[in-house]
Structures are given as structure tokens and as C-alpha cells.
Design a protein around this ligand. Structure first.
Ligand SMILES: Nc1ncnc2c1ncn2[C@@H]1O[C@H](COP(=O)(O)OP(=O)(O)OP(=O)(O)O)[C@@H](O)[C@H]1O
Ligand SMILES: [Mg+2]
Ligand SMILES: [Zn+2]
Length: 585
């Protein structure tokens, strides 16, 4: 048998070449400090060596390990891993992923892993930044924000820490980034990459164009060697093209997920004002134990609808741009914490709202565009369970939209507004499968012809056909049952009754604990623990810290912070159930 011999010429070659490469590299840096060409060469070599090194050190195992350690998640969602890897390797990136797809993690995870460096996140809403920074802090990832809401002395503190590289993520508003002093100051920070969230705001063709986003075009010039990553949920091909162009992305890693959300049922119905009210009440009574979002087109309509629902003994809260910020935030938190189930909002409500178990999104008027509709309706069913998106529109909505388009002075903007109008009108009046039509709008062409989950394909909630408030439609009750209930349905009847009651009781105990913990820390309840994590706790009922660490949504830091208390709540509850189940009735 032949024993494999080391390839001597190759070893000899490497022994000579590798050290001489490093020596000449060092010599170049030393001998020609003033020559720009040498510096350019050195920075290229640095870049290549740096990328190879980072990619080597941050292996796939390290990514999965960080996902478990910080987030308490077991697996990446589709596309997440490849986006994270691309960013770790320093590639420009353009991500289009539906609402709730998990875009934040795609830039937060590489940021957490790139030690000693800071990812600059540009985000359009102050509330959104505050929530993300609070959530990251709870996970043990150093993060901060700078915008007009931050007090002057706090800004000085954040800037000092940031200059020392203390944060993995620093959130900035686009206005803040555009300030000349910010750009100069950022040059001192060890930036890993820029993440532009809600990147469609940069395009005039997008439905939420923000002029301040346009200033991001100068990022590439100011930071030529720093990677830029753009993230959005709703971008047509034209908007995507605009994003890449405006941000001057270089050979970007393009990650476009499917726009098809099979767990959503889209239903569109034209109606009159009076029937609309009856339908709304019937709908909300159907989803009575679940969270619902109602979208209205104006502030007056939001207030009117909240009053109307209250008259019907349905508790609801409003949300719109003209509310004072503290009331608006409180209303959002009440709804996020399940204290009030129905929220009626204008389009000011939505961007970045992350609540998993929303069973219905009901629109009371025609949205301005398909993108706007897709983004708002997409707040439903983020937990992957069935949810309804119902658009109840009236003829007069169309007249109102056309009136406002008539008021636009800018000829180009007027043209775009008409195009959006024609598209959404085409959507509501079309006889083509709604899912198909939405996918096609975003440039995707599904193979299937019929989805079985839209009004055109023959699926409608019962309450739409017979708006009788007292009647509980069959399909919704069945489809709205949670997995947990379905699972417990397999058990014996008596045991099931005890457990179903017990489940609700445990959920209530944990919610109460969450409310107190959130209050103590001055953060919203969902920052302490998301609904999905709460549901998992009810299912697993962990009795030790190591069991808790295996529960979805519990990373190391969360367990450290709250583990003892949560295990305490679950244990007390278990003891009570044991007494009720075996000693009672
Ligand atoms: N790999 C994963 N496993 C389980 N849950 C995940 C995973 N990635 C993300 N999530 C969860 O999915 C939810 C939605 O994530 P995120 O807020 O990042 O969505 P998004 O894509 O930014 O949506 P939007 O466009 O609405 O802002 C969050 O609760 C997040 O914790
Ligand atoms: Mg997001
Ligand atoms: Zn269909």
C-alpha cells in the first residue's frame, strides 16, 4: 500500500511565498506612506485579508450558536442565513422580504457578531428605534439611538460611547445622518456596515416616499469602503431598482423572498356606509377573542369608528398621527399587551409593528396603492396561523382618492398617483385570484391558478355572507383555534377541560407577571417577552432554568434576567392545577 507523501515542491513554494508576501506588504506600508497608490493597494489587501479572516472566524456554527444564545431561536428562516453570511463577508445587500419575515435579525445578528465594530441602522420612526434598542438591550446586545427625542446630555453620552466602539448597533434617523456634524463625527466610529430599514422610503415610486431618505444617496461617497444593506417589505421591481441606484449599491447580494402569504385569506367587498357598519360589528364579534386591526382613511373616521364600536359594547382604541405622542404610544402598548383587542388606526399605524397573533385586518376604505394594502394587511397572521384580510370599500372612496390626486401640483407625482390608483382599482374590481394579483404586482408569477384562500377562489368568512352579529360563523371558529387547543383536543374530555381552563389561567398569570416586569423597567410589555414566547411557555411549562433556555424566544440573557421569576410563576401554577385537577370536582 502506498503511503501518501507530502508534496514537497508545494510546501517549499508556500514556505517562501507566504512570508515574502507579508514582508513585502509590511515594507510597502512602511516605505511609501505618502504615495496614495500604495495606500489604495494596501487597503485592497486589507479588505481581502479582513474578509477572508472574518468569514473564516464567523463560521456557520457560530451563526447558529448566536441565534440560539441571543434570540433563543433554533433555526433561521428562509434567506436569513445567506443574508447574514453576505453581510459578515462585507457585501452590499438588497433584501425584499414580506412583513414579519424577520428582516431585523438579518442585520442585528451580524452586528452582534462583529466585535469592536458598530452597525449604523437608519430607521424612519422614533418609536421603532426605541422598541428595537429596548429589545436588543434585553437580549444583551449593546445598542443605542440618536434622534431628536433624546435629551442633550444623553446624546453626549451616547456619542462618547459610540466613538469608543461601545455599541454593536447605533440607530439614527435619516435627518440626523444628513447633518454635517454627524457625518464628520461618524468618520471616527469603527463602522461595520450601514443598514437602511424600510428602504422603499427612498423611492418616489414607493408608497411611503420620504424626502429625507434621499439624502442617504451621499452615504457611498462619504463612506466608500463601508458596505450598505437595504431592507424593505414592499418594493416593486421599479422601487427595487431605485433603491439600488439611489444608494449606489455595488454588485449587491439581492435577496427577494416570495410575496405569497398562504396563511392569509384576502377578501374584497364593495358596500354601502350602513352595511359596512353592520359588517364590521359582525366581523369583530367573530374574532372576539383575537386581535384585530381596523384601518380607516381619516382621523375623523378613526374617532367615529372607535365611538361606534364602544356604543356596540366592543372595547377599541384609536391610533393616528395627530394624537399626542404619549397617548399614541400608550394605545399601541395597550393593544400590544392584549389589554384591548381592537385597534382602529390610520396608515400612521403599521410600520414596524410586530405583533404575531393578529387574526384579522379590516380596511374600511380603498387604500392608495397595492403596496400600502399589502403592507397593512400583512400585519395579520405573522404567527403563520390562518388570518383574514378584509377590504370593505365604498364607491365614494374612489371619488375621494381621485379628488386628492387632482390636487397634486407636481406633474410627475400626479402621474405616479394615477398609476397607483389604477392598480388598486384594478385589484378590487378584478376577477383574478387576489393572491395571484398581488404576487404579479411585485413581479412574481406563481404557477398555480387558484389559491383557495380568497373571495375570487370561493373562500369567504361566513359573517360577510350573513352579517348577523349574534351568529358565530363556523369556519372562523375552527380556523382560529390555536395549535395548542388542537393538540389538547386529542386528550380525554375531562383532562382536556381542566387543561384548557388551566392554559388560559397560566397565560393570564404570565401576562400579569409580564405587565409588572415591564412597568418596573419602564419598557413596553412586548419588549420583556413576545406573545409567541408567552404561548411557548404555556405549552412547555418549564420547571428549571435549563428547560427555560430551550424554550423558543429565550436566549441566555433573558433567562438570566427573568428565569427565576418565570419558573416561579409556572411552578406555583402547576401546584394549583395539581390540586384542582386531582382534588377538585
Ligand atoms: N429565525 C427565526 N425564528 C423564529 N422567529 C423569528 C426568526 N426570525 C425572526 N423571527 C421573529 O419574527 C418576527 C418578525 O420579525 P421582524 O420584526 O424582523 O420582521 P420584519 O421583516 O422586519 O417585518 P416588517 O416589514 O413588518 O418590519 C419577530 O417577532 C422575530 O422575533
Ligand atoms: Mg422591520
Ligand atoms: Zn385566490
Amino acid at each position: 500500500m502506498r503511503v501518501p507523501q507530502p508534496h514537497l515542491p508545494a510546501i517549499f513554494f508556500l514556505a517562501i511565498q507566504v512570508p515574502s508576501f507579508f514582508l513585502s506588504y509590511a515594507a510597502l506600508a512602511r516605505l511609501h506612506p505618502r504615495c496614495p497608490r500604495y495606500h489604495a493597494l494596501i487597503s485592497v489587501i486589507d479588505e481581502v485579508l479582513g474578509r477572508t479572516y472574518t468569514a473564516y472566524v464567523i463560521s456557520e456554527v457560530a451563526l447558529s450558536e448566536a441565534l440560539r444564545r441571543y434570540w433563543g431561536f433554533d433555526a433561521f428562516r428562509p434567506l436569513q442565513k445567506s443574508i447574514v453570511q453576505g453581510l459578515v463577508e462585507g457585501r452590499d445587500t438588497c433584501v425584499v422580504m414580506p412583513t414579519g419575515g424577520g428582516k431585523s435579525l438579518c442585520y442585528q445578528l451580524p452586528a452582534a457578531l462583529l466585535a469592536g465594530q458598530t452597525t449604523i441602522v437608519i430607521s424612519p420612526l422614533i418609536a421603532l428605534m426605541q422598541d428595537q434598542v429596548a429589545q436588543l438591550t434585553q437580549m444583551g446586545i449593546a445598542a443605542a439611538l440618536l434622534n431628536s427625542s433624546v435629551a442633550a446630555n444623553e446624546q453626549t453620552r451616547v456619542m462618547r460611547n459610540a466613538s469608543a466602539g461601545a455599541y454593536r448597533l447605533l440607530y439614527l434617523s435619516p435627518e440626523r445622518l444628513a447633518r454635517a456634524d454627524t457625518a464628520a463625527w461618524l468618520q471616527q466610529i469603527p463602522i461595520s456596515f450601514f443598514a437602511i430599514d424600510e428602504a422603499h422610503c427612498i423611492s418616489e415610486w414607493g408608497h411611503e416616499f420620504r424626502p429625507e431618505y434621499r439624502q442617504l444617496s451621499s452615504l457611498r461617497k462619504q463612506f466608500p469602503d463601508r458596505p450598505i444593506a437595504a431592507f424593505t417589505a414592499s418594493a416593486t421591481q421599479r422601487v427595487r431598482h431605485d433603491i439600488v441606484e439611489q444608494l449606489r449599491l455595488r454588485d449587491p447580494h439581492k435577496c427577494i423572498a416570495s410575496f405569497h402569504r398562504p396563511n392569509l385569506r384576502y377578501v374584497v367587498k364593495q358596500c354601502e356606509a350602513r352595511t359596512q357598519e353592520g359588517l364590521l360589528v359582525a366581523a369583530i364579534r367573530t374574532y372576539r377573542d383575537s386581535n384585530v386591526i381596523v384601518y380607516a382613511s381619516t382621523i375623523a373616521k378613526v374617532e367615529e369608528t372607535v365611538d361606534f364600536l364602544e356604543e356596540q359594547k366592543i372595547s377599541a382604541i384609536g391610533y393616528h398621527g395627530k394624537m399626542d405622542p404619549s397617548t399614541r404610544r400608550r394605545n399601541q402598548e395597550l393593544w400590544m399587551a392584549d389589554d384591548v383587542r381592537v385597534l382602529v388606526g390610520t396608515l400612521a399605524f403599521g410600520l414596524g409593528i410586530n405583533k404575531a397573533a393578529v387574526r384579522a385586518v379590516i380596511h374600511l376604505s380603498l387604500p392608495k396603492s397595492i403596496e400600502q394594502y399589502y403592507q397593512e394587511a400583512g400585519r395579520a397572521g405573522r404567527d403563520g396561523l390562518p388570518a383574514d384580510c378584509v377590504l370593505l370599500w365604498q364607491k365614494r372612496d374612489a371619488s375621494l382618492l381621485t379628488y386628492f390626486i387632482g390636487q397634486i401640483d407636481d406633474a410627475e407625482e400626479k402621474k405616479r398617483a394615477w398609476q397607483r390608483y389604477d392598480e388598486i382599482r384594478g385589484f378590487v374590481e378584478s376577477a383574478e385570484c387576489r393572491h395571484r394579483r398581488i404576487c404579479a404586482h411585485f413581479g412574481e408569477h406563481p404557477k398555480w391558478k387558484s389559491c383557495g384562500a380568497c373571495d375570487i377562489c370561493g373562500s369567504e368568512p361566513d359573517w360577510l355572507a350573513a352579517p348577523d352579529a349574534a351568529k358565530a360563523p363556523k369556519r372562523n371558529q375552527a380556523s382560529m383555534r390555536t395549535c395548542r387547543e388542537a393538540d389538547s383536543a386529542k386528550r380525554k374530555p375531562k383532562e382536556r377541560n381542566v387543561l384548557l381552563g388551566a392554559d388560559a389561567e397560566l397565560r393570564e398569570c404570565l401576562r400579569e407577571w409580564r405587565r409588572t416586569a415591564a412597568k418596573q423597567q419602564g419598557v413596553p410589555a412586548f419588549v420583556v417577552m413576545h406573545d409567541t414566547a408567552l404561548d411557548e411557555l404555556c405549552r412547555v411549562r418549564p420547571t428549571s432554568l435549563s428547560e427555560l433556555l430551550r424554550v423558543h424566544g429565550f436566549g441566555e440573557r433573558k433567562v438570566e434576567l427573568y428565569g427565576e421569576q418565570i419558573v416561579g410563576v409556572v411552578s406555583r401554577f402547576r401546584r394549583r392545577v395539581a390540586v384542582a385537577g386531582f382534588g377538585g370536582s
